[in-house]
Structures are given as structure tokens and as C-alpha cells.
Design a protein around this ligand. Structure first.
Ligand code: ATP
Length: 332
């Protein structure tokens, strides 16, 4: 197993080393391939990611990624979008589950759901024209793209409580009718119980009744917005991991960005990145992934927490505490 490790920019350079320490505590046989990509690299060399980097990434099985700052150049092509397209990472998976004793804006912790976002088309098609008086972006919805994400979501629902919510805006965006129809047909074929929600009602409902949801499937932009919003339900952007899954590759990244406002201070919360390691181990079908939940619960109980959660610990202190627990309790 080969893992590309990309810290990227800003707090990516803090949270990924903490996550790598936690991964190392499991003592697995894993070849790590470090790569420098992003804004800092662009400033130094004029390229954020080269073709050669892409080939190196493709020679690995999976990627652990921090964050990259958007390059302030209108001709810049997003590193993240390029990797997602090149590796055909069609499913973006974001679990939204509170950690023990940590609550977000609503003060509740009785929910556990997963947002499954179509990751390759929709409004992120990259097909656009920008002009002084008219700019447009093409929103692409295909049967193939909708079917594979619906299948992914249904397979996940089957492993959980067999409940699926399809989120769309087909009353206004006619392109969503195809997405909705394909998701309904797929859920019927899998025997998964489902309902559908307009994205605006869903945003409200997720804040009011997050406990009602289990697996949520939606198109690219809606999934992007809803999942950031849901970080407020769990208490910090620093707590939400994500996985980008394709047929061949998988790519794990915290939902947060490079957070330039706190970068370099050693106060960023590494738990989202550490939870990415958990998702990586689950993808590798390693049952010991569960130990990460116990290790995080232990750190929270001992108040080894970063300032965003009201604590005083540094990024590396949290990483060390979680890794230590795993080293002491991991029996493989
Ligand atoms: P970018 O331009 O890379 O997207 P951003 O600042 O616009 O960066 P985020 O990095 O997602 O977006 O940060 C949004 C806010 O959340 C910032 O105030 C940041 O400090 C905070 N934040 C994000 N990640 C963390 C973290 N891991 N720990 C603590 N605070 C965080």
C-alpha cells in the first residue's frame, strides 16, 4: 500500500504531521510518499502541481491531504479539482457525527449522518465562459454520474439503517430531475427506504432535526455547502473529515481549508485530519480504525483540546495524545 502525503498550505502543514503520527502508531506496513503541492510551491516555482506530481499520485493507492490556499491567479486551475477529476474520485463522503462531550451551535449530540456528494459534475463541470458582461457555468448532470453516486449512497445506507434522503432542487433546476429520478430508481432497486428534500428545506431541517437523517445524497455544489454548514452542528470545522472515493483511488482530506488566520500558530485542531486517518483505515478494511474514536474520546476527557474547543493544547500535543493512546492499546 502506497500513500501520498500532501500537507499543502497553512494549517495543512500542522494537522497532517499530527495525523501521520497517529497513523504511524498503528505500525502498519505502508509506504509514505511526501509531495509538496499548493500555493507555497506555486510562489516558489510558478506551478502548484506538475504532470509529474500527478503521475506520482497515480502511482499511489491513496492520498492523505491537508489543504491548499487558492492561488491568486485567474488562470490557475485548482489542484483539488484536478486531482478529483484525474483520479475519478466520484464520491465525496462526509460523516457528520458529534464527538463525546462536544456540541455545536444547536447544543445537541443525538445525530449521526453522512453526506454523500457527487464529486465530478454539477456546477463544478469546469465548463464556463467568463466575460465582462456575461459569465456562465454549465451545470452537468448525467445518468451515469447520478447512478454511480446513488449506488454508492445506497450501498452505504444498506450498511447503516437503510434510510436515504435525496437532496435536489428539481422544481427550479430541471437538470436535477434526472438526478432525482435516477436516485429514486436506484434506491428502489436496492430496496432502500428513501425520501427527497429540496435543498433549501433540507438546510433548515438539518439544523432543526439532524437526528432524522442517516445517508444524504446530493449533487456537487449542494453537498459542498450543506457539509460546511453541518460542521457548525458538531462544533468546529476542525472536527469534520472527508473522503473522496473512486473505483481505484481514495483521497482523504479534512473539510476545513488552509485557515491562514491561524496558520503557523500551532493552535489548529488536528482531529478532522486524524478522523481522515480513521476513514483511510476503514477504506483499507482495518478493524483497528475504531481505536481512533476511543483515543479521541480519551483526549477529550483529559481536556487535551485545542482553543477552538475551549482548550489550551497545541496541534502537536493533541496528535501526540491520540497517538500515545493508540500505541498503548493497539493489539494487531
Ligand atoms: P481557505 O482559503 O484555505 O479555504 P479559509 O480561512 O477561507 O481558508 P477555512 O480554512 O475552512 O477557510 O477556515 C474557516 C474558519 O475556520 C477560520 O476562521 C479558521 O481559523 C477556522 N478553522 C478551520 N479549520 C480549523 C481547525 N482545524 N482548527 C481550528 N480552526 C479552524
Amino acid at each position: 500500500m502506497k500513500l501520498a502525503v500532501i500537507e499543502g498550505d497553512g494549517i495543512g502543514r500542522e494537522v497532517i504531521p499530527a495525523a501521520v503520527e497517529v497513523l504511524g502508531a498503528f505500525g502498519l506496513e505502508l509506504e509514505k510518499v511526501p509531495l509538496e503541492l499548493g500555493y507555497a510551491r506555486w510562489e516558489r516555482t510558478g506551478t502548484a502541481m506538475s504532470e509529474e506530481d500527478l503521475d506520482t499520485i497515480k502511482s499511489c493507492d491513496a492520498v492523505l491531504f491537508g489543504a491548499v490556499t487558492t492561488v491568486p491567479d485567474p488562470s490557475y486551475k485548482s489542484v483539488l479539482l484536478t486531482i478529483r477529476k484525474e483520479l475519478d474520485l466520484y464520491a465525496n463522503v462526509r460523516p457528520v457525527k458529534p464527538l463525546p462531550g462536544v456540541t455545536g451551535v444547536t447544543g445537541r449530540n443525538d445525530f449521526d449522518f453522512i453526506i454523500v456528494r457527487e464529486n465530478t459534475e454539477g456546477l463544478y463541470s469546469g465548463i464556463e465562459e467568463i466575460g465582462p458582461d456575461l459569465s456562465w457555468t454549465k451545470r452537468v448532470v448525467t445518468r451515469k454520474g447520478s447512478k454511480r453516486i446513488a449506488e454508492y449512497a445506497c450501498q452505504l445506507a444498506k450498511k447503516r439503517s437503510d434510510k436515504l434522503t435525496i437532496v435536489h432542487k428539481s422544481n427550479v433546476l430541471k437538470s436535477d430531475k434526472l438526478f432525482l429520478d435516477v436516485c429514486r430508481q436506484t434506491a428502489d432497486a436496492y430496496g432502500v427506504e428513501y425520501n427527497d428534500m429540496l435543498v433549501d428545506s433540507m438546510a433548515y431541517s438539518l439544523m432543526m432535526h439532524p437526528e432524522k437523517y442517516d445517508v444524504v445524497v446530493t449533487t456537487n455544489l449542494f453537498g459542498d455547502i450543506l457539509s460546511d454548514m453541518c460542521a457548525a452542528l458538531v462544533g468546529s470545522l476542525g472536527l469534520v473529515p472527508s473522503a473522496n472515493i473512486g473505483k481505484k483511488y481514495a483521497f482523504f482530506e479534512p473539510v476545513h481549508g488552509s485557515a491562514p488566520d491561524i496558520a503557523g500558530k500551532g493552535v489548529s485542531n488536528p482531529l478532522a485530519a486524524i478522523l481522515c486517518v480513521k476513514m483511510l483505515l476503514e477504506w483499507m478494511e482495518k478493524p483497528e480504525s475504531r481505536l481512533i474514536d476511543d483515543a479521541i474520546a480519551d483526549a477529550l476527557k483529559k481536556k487535551v483540546i485545542t482553543p477552538d474547543l475551549g482548550g489550551k493544547a497545541s496541534t502537536s500535543e493533541v496528535g501526540c495524545a491520540v497517538a500515545k493512546y493508540i500505541r498503548e492499546n493497539c493489539i494487531v
